[in-house]
Ligand binder design. Structure first.
Ligand code: ADP
Ligand code: MG
Length: 204
């Protein structure tokens, strides 16, 4: 079972991964965007880790809801509201249980990912974070590591795509040949989840 502490550790692991990869995220965003994705998420997840430490919400749902709110209020770019919606909606779908199963998380995460699609109007293949999140949500029904692998593969598969949403879409065909920054950070989020499950000895 996954408790509030597990979810706090997941968010902290995401903050660490975003710190480590911030330069790469910004580099990817400088190729097909405005070179702020690394700093946007660094600011956002640093604030998330801090508020979770301070307020220590008691349930998984409350951890993700607070994390999502914090992202929305600290990240200016497109990715702030989108990641904020992902975590808030996932948290809301988890309800008020003190502990949840991977299966419950998989269903809630799928609802969160669907909300990202609704907010941004993007679909699979549009070269956005959804290209990592959609396959990850599906694979999470089977295992944490499978979700991480699917997210990473989905992010890498954005390279040959032409962007149809967000800032990168302004480039038209010139967006082809670069990995999408948001899909890359989404893979970090899901890899941090698998890492947290591994370290905590949660079922695969
Ligand atoms: P901004 O584009 O405002 O500078 P960021 O650089 O932080 O914001 O984030 C860019 C990422 O956001 C993109 O790489 C893409 O994955 C994601 N993104 C942008 N627009 C959308 C959208 N409509 N739907 C889903 N994801 C999107
Ligand atoms: Mg940007």
């Amino acid at each position: 079972m996954l408790d509030a502490d597990f979810f706090r550790r997941w968010m902290a692991a995401t903050a660490t991964a975003v710190d480590r990869e911030a330069d790469r995220l910004t580099e990817l965003d400088s190729a097909i965007g405005d070179a702020d994705h690394g700093s946007n998420l660094q600011r956002g997840f640093t604030a998330v880790a801090a508020v979770l430490e301070k307020e220590a919400p008691a349930t998984p749902g409350a951890v993700l809801t607070l994390a999502g709110r914090q992202l929305i209020s600290t990240v200016g770019g497109a990715s702030g509201p989108l990641y904020g919606t992902l975590l808030r909606r996932t948290g809301k779908a988890l309800g008020e249980d003190a502990e949840v199963t991977r299966d419950q998380l998989a269903q809630a995460f799928a609802a969160g990912v669907a909300a990202v699609g609704q907010l941004g109007g993007a679909q699979a293949g549009d070269k956005t974070m959804l290209d990592a999140l959609l396959p990850a949500a599906e694979a999470l029904a089977s295992s944490f590591q499978g979700a991480a692998d699917a997210a990473r593969a989905g992010a890498e598969a954005t390279v040959p795509l032409q962007a149809r949403k967000g800032r990168a879409s302004y480039l038209g065909e010139r967006s082809i040949g670069h990995q999408d920054p948001g899909a890359t950070s989404a893979a970090l989020l899901v890899e941090a989840l698998a890492e947290t499950a591994r370290d905590g000895g949660a079922e695969a």
